[in-house]
Ligand binder design. Structure first.
Ligand code: F6R
Length: 256
């Protein structure tokens, strides 16, 4: 795992945007896995700036969102379909037909989740998956005790996750109780994982995910099973890591 610790959240966004820009430069039709929530917002804003400046184009690229709430109307401003349209499709100039969000409103949810997994495979798989981490160590909406082998499926949100997301809703009662999420097995199939975390409240889940023993109770420990993961942290999010000095000093030899 490549662990990069940078001074501020702004540095994290720039460094993550650089990696995505490098992917698009070598593969304009890349398939991106996109997270929602606060963690990737700086990345999208930086990429949007580069798109506006004409430095990069996502016109040929595709994207698959990680998750979606169940039964939130599609035109609800906090449905992930709406968030992805607002923060990713529009500002980055994706072709809307090539951006996919799980269907949390399907009549038969299990069929929709299977179809979502298949559509990722039909697109050739995800080249780079952007990830944030939940306060309880969730990845996507794979809550504690999610199977590392899980595929896209319906999950019940923990109170911790609903509380964390009340900031996007008028009150806790308005936060949906269930979601559709890519499974951990689905996420682990992406060719590259890029996790970003900022702020002191992510220090404990980051330490558990990166340095703790593999445990379905901390779903993000599954990152340890992937051979091509980069984690970019600001100082605060890195502050709980026991080997923080080692990661700082672990720059690769110049002839790498
Ligand atoms: C969002 C997602 C979640 C978030 C996580 C962190 O699509 O799948 O796992 O990445 O809850 O959320 P923020 O970034 O808002 O702290």
């Amino acid at each position: 795992m490549d662990i990069i610790i940078l001074p501020t959240a702004a540095n994290v966004a720039l460094a993550a945007a650089d990696r995505i820009a490098a992917l698009i430069a070598r593969k304009p039709a890349a398939v991106l896995g996109v997270a929602t929530g606060s963690s990737p917002q700086g990345i999208y804003a930086e990429l949007a700036r580069r798109v506006a400046a004409g430095d990069i184009s996502f016109r040929e690229a595709s994207a698959f969102a990680l998750d979606e709430y169940v039964d939130l109307p599609i035109d609800h401003p906090e449905s992930y379909a709406a968030v992805v349209a607002r923060e990713v499709i529009g500002p980055l100039g994706f072709d809307p037909d090539r951006v996919h969000v799980p269907d949390g409103r399907a009549e038969i949810l299990d069929a929709a989740t299977r179809a979502y997994d298949e559509s990722i495979q039909d697109a050739g798989g995800v080249d780079l998956q952007i990830l944030g981490i939940g306060l309880n160590g969730h990845l996507g909406f794979n809550e504690p005790t999610s199977s590392f082998a899980s595929r896209t499926h319906v999950t019940k949100l923990t109170e911790s996750s609903r509380q964390a997301n009340t900031r996007f809703f008028p009150a806790i009662e308005d936060v949906p109780t269930h979601s559709v999420t890519q499974g951990i097995g689905t996420i682990l199939e992406a060719r590259e994982l890029l996790l970003v975390a900022q702020g002191r409240n992510k220090a404990a889940p980051i330490a558990a995910a990166l340095e703790g023993p593999l445990s379905s109770f901390i779903p993000a420990t599954a990152l340890q099973l992937h051979g091509n993961t980069t984690v970019i942290l600001d100082e605060e999010a890195a502050s709980g890591l026991r080997l923080i000095d080692h990661y700082r000093a672990a720059a690769k030899p110049a002839r790498h």
